[in-house]
Design a protein around this ligand. Structure first.
Ligand code: GLU
Length: 488
């Protein structure tokens, strides 16, 4: 059995996009689900101007955060290294020379203007704009002259004319393309000597013995060009698996205007890695059943390339919020509290380090709101009631609640009963409400609402008993006094 070798090949030119992360995830799931094989992480940094080491580190960290592990890569040496394209230039040069020696590639000195003019001509003649092949038959003397003028050439690969290229994509099915539609002889080395994407990717995938290429279908159009290079270089092509795009809810390609696009933005907002793992796995893949909350193990167990859908996947933020909420519920309150700390610091609720005692109190506060969160970044808002000193009604609805004739009486009696408590537990609060109902003859909303608004300024919020227990007697009395004297 040949060993499976899949790869994820990001360009470190920016933070990692959710679409790329999904590609990485599918590669990982494929290798893991087959219980053999290796995942290679190759850094495609030939765009020297835009690639940075910082983004490289960022990508590695984001992959680790999500729980994707690889077997070979820049930080995990293997026998197919180096795993950074900028360190493989000699390898590309070697294969470029092979193509030159076999008359399959030639230097081209055309200026951009010349290329554009020629494209107009080929468009008129063939109906398709392409490079004209002008430099294909330069004499050694002409080449010499150009070089003497200091013109730095590109290297072009000879694209055969009118050749039908056929391949079987595991998702797209049979794909057939005529070579005349590919734009003419293609550049494989740029004038600065760097390989183009199509050339480097073929040399590397072949040299690294990659058996399966799982990537976004934005690369489907590159595949025929790559197949011509496989053939010219005498390499065996791998199996291609082009995954469908991820779209926004309006069915347009996912972009900035749909909101957050980078995986790091979700991490920073407090989405949990296991929720993101689950959510991304279901973007374009389905295990077949109805169940959507699936552990990493279950996903690996069920994953297969056959389950990748042909139709584009829609990134539904409401579904992600729901799913993340489910995972937050499953998490321990200590974990969520720890994750909440940077958010609470940013909101100014916590300054610097937190004492054990304060952390303990904070976990109680988090416990009150935890099960109603979509993401951890919502915590400062939800916990505002625990940190604010003076509470005022937040809107007209809340103001209206406090306008009732019975309100002062309710608040005063409530205050008295609270004052008498030595231990203001959630249960004690419940008992107080019962007594108030009996004594004042007011129940339900008419009783709860004024108290809720006096304590929180809001008409909605967490369970009152639990909330009051966390706020504590002293603060609670202060708030009621404040409402009685300043708000009513
Ligand atoms: N560096 C390319 C990208 O990020 C890799 C494409 C491929 O997987 O072939 O799009």
């Amino acid at each position: 059995m040949t060993q499976i070798r899949a790869r994820f090949a990001p360009s470190p030119t920016g933070p990692i996009h959710v679409g790329n992360m999904r590609t990485a995830l599918f590669n990982y799931l494929f290798v893991k689900s087959r219980k053999q094989g290796r995942l290679i992480l190759r850094i495609e940094d030939t765009d020297l101007a835009r690639s940075t080491k910082e983004y490289e580190g960022y990508i590695l960290n984001e992959l680790k955060w999500l729980g994707i592990d690889w077997d070979e890569g820049i930080d995990r040496p293997g026998e197919y290294g180096p795993y950074r394209q900028s360190e493989r230039l000699n390898i590309y040069k070697e294969y470029a020379q092979k193509l030159i020696d076999e008359d399959k590639a030639y230097y081209c000195f055309c200026s951009n203007e010349q290329i554009e003019r020629d494209k107009e001509v080929t468009k008129a003649e063939l109906g398709i704009p392409q490079y004209s092949g002008r430099c294909r038959n330069l004499t050694p003397q002409q080449v010499e002259d150009y070089r003497r003028q200091g013109i730095k050439p590109v290297l072009r690969f000879v694209v055969p004319r009118n050749k039908v290229i056929v391949f079987n994509d595991l998702v797209k099915g049979r794909v057939e393309v005529n070579s005349d539609t590919l734009g003419g002889d293609m550049v494989i080395l740029k004038s600065d000597g760097m390989p183009t994407y199509n050339f480097a990717v073929v040399v590397d995938d072949a040299a690294m013995n990659i058996t399966h290429i799982i990537r976004g279908d934005d690369h489907l159009a590159n595949t025929p060009k790559q197949l011509l290079l496989y053939e010219a270089l005498g390499f065996e092509p791998p199996i291609f698996v082009h995954t469908p795009m991820i779209l926004g809810p309006d069915k347009a390609k996912l972009s900035k205007r749909h909101g957050d696009n980078f995986i790091g933005q979700y991490r920073e907002k407090g989405y949990l890695p296991e929720a993101m793992f689950n959510f991304l796995a279901l973007l374009g893949w389905s295990p077949g059943g109805q169940e959507e909350i699936l552990s990493k193990e279950e996903i690996i167990e069920n994953f297969s390339l056959d389950g990748i859908s042909k139709a584009p996947a829609v990134f539904d933020i409401n579904k992600l919020n729901w799913m993340n909420g489910v995972y937050i519920k499953k998490s321990s309150v200590e974990r969520i509290t720890k994750l909440a700390l940077p958010h609470l610091r940013a909101a100014g609720y916590i300054k610097g380090d937190i004492s054990d005692e304060d952390f303990k109190w904070l976990t109680k506060a988090v416990a009150v709101v935890k099960d109603r969160l979509s993401y951890v970044g919502e915590i400062p808002d939800k916990l505002a009631v625990f940190f604010t000193e003076e509470v005022v009604p937040e809107d007209d609805e809340a103001r209206k609640v406090l306008a009732g004739d019975q309100v002062p009486g309710i608040l005063e009696t409530f205050r008295e009963k609270v004052q008498q408590q030595t231990d203001l537990t959630a249960q004690a609060v419940k008992d107080i409400f019962k007594q108030l109902k009996k004594e004042l003859g007011v129940g339900g909303k008419n009783l709860f609402m004024p108290i809720r608004v006096a304590i929180t300024g809001q008409v909605h919020g967490p369970d009152m008993g639990q909330m009051i227990e966390v706020i504590g007697k002293e603060k609670l009395l202060k708030r009621i006094d404040y409402t009685l004297t300043n708000v009513l």
